[in-house]
Design a protein around this ligand. Structure first.
Ligand code: UGA
Length: 332
């Protein structure tokens, strides 16, 4: 059974691919190795996928011959995309359009003429809700993204639903709520926080730290992907995938102080445009239809994330040393 994972060198894609290999799938991973963050981290993720049933294709979905890459696949896990809520303004927006909308449309066109594909699971985002109209936010709530990134994630989600309703492409979209855990992207809050804790560096909080997120552990996201692929649902279905925590950034730091035993150095900066104040997803739909529920509590998940940071960052030179990221990749 062949599963295609796009964005396989990223945090979620590589974690998902590892689990699929363990479950006996043959995995064809695709990644363009974009420059959003240090490519060495992505190659290090790929090294952990060294397995006889893993095949890697380096390339951009906007130019690859996708049809031939999916011709023998049963499931496609579309994790590729340009991430980052706070970076999607200005000239960068073109990259978000191409990577998030254009690439998804090409993938859907290929799926349209490949009937062997039983499921296309699209990695959507809680950012489609913007400042949500209520909590916990259900899939039927209004979608009003607050960042250009969210606009592109929502547009691609609409494309998935359109190809499902017009051509029967078996898509399912998973709206991920702030995913964390070992290997999380270096620009995201938890990796910044645990790294700073390990290295006794300053933590930067955007705004007063009262903003709330429904943080979701990566193994729960992986489980939701596999259940969505293997399960039955109407083509074009959308599910929230949320960890159920809904805590503020300040509460996260209190927990991190307890876990690390360190007094953290914290500095506040201005809120960044595009950031929403609160996310919190209702997960009754995916629970009822697929039997999914989050298994990892925030405390346990943050503990694992911190342990990973201890193993990855503790021998690093002080920040400012240009070899930092290279050394970091040797130990992650
Ligand atoms: C994350 C991902 O980056 C998006 O790709 C994803 O689509 C989104 O979750 C989602 O759930 O839809 P975000 O919630 O901003 O976006 O994730 P973090 O980078 O972990 O930030 C969480 C909170 O911490 C935000 O309020 C942010 O402002 C804050 N933060 C982040 C800081 O205070 N300091 C930092 O250094 C980083």
């Amino acid at each position: 059974m062949i599963a295609v994972v796009t964005g396989v060198a990223g945090f979620i894609g590589s974690t998902l691919a590892r689990e699929l290999l363990e479950r006996g799938y043959q995995v064809r991973g695709i990644d363009s190795i974009s420059d959003y963050y240090d490519a060495a981290l992505k190659y290090s993720n790929l090294e952990k996928l060294n397995h006889p049933n893993f095949e890697f294709v380096e390339g951009d979905l906007n130019s690859l011959d996708i049809q031939s890459l999916i011709s023998d696949a049963i499931y496609i896990f579309h994790q590729a995309g340009q991430p980052g809520v706070r970076k999607s303004w200005g000239d960068d927006f073109g990259t978000y359009i191409e990577a998030n909308i254009g690439a998804t449309q090409r993938l859907l066109e290929a799926c349209k003429v490949t009937p062997t594909v039983k499921k296309l699971v699209y990695a959507s985002s809680s950012s489609v809700y913007g400042e949500a109209e209520g909590f916990p936010t259900t899939e039927y709530s209004a979608t009003k993204p607050r960042s250009p990134y969210g606009v592109t994630k929502l547009a691609a989600e609409h494309l998935c639903s359109l190809y499902a309703s017009n051509f029967g492409v078996p898509t399912v979209s998973l709206r991920y709520f702030t995913v964390y855990g070992p290997g999380q992207r270096p620009d995201m809050a938890f990796t910044r926080f645990v790294r700073a804790a390990v290295l006794d560096e300053e933590i930067v909080i955007y705004g007063d730290g009262e903003q709330i997120r429904d943080f979701t552990y990566v193994s729960d996201i992986v489980a939701a992907n596999i259940m969505a692929a293997e399960g039955e649902q109407t083509p074009g279905t959308v599910y929230n995938v949320a960890g159920g925590s809904s805590v503020s950034v300040l509460e996260v730091l209190t927990m991190l102080r307890e876990i690390s035993g360190k007094a953290l150095k914290v500095r506040h900066e201005q809120v960044v445009a595009g950031d929403v104040f609160r996310t919190g997803g209702a997960t009754s739909k995916i629970q009822e239809e697929l039997g999914w529920s989050p298994k990892i509590s925030l405390r346990d998940g943050l503990d694992s994330h911190y342990q990973w940071a201890m193993a990855s960052f503790k021998n690093l030179p002080l920040s400012g040393d240009s070899s930092t990221s290279a050394r970091m990749n040797q130990v992650v």
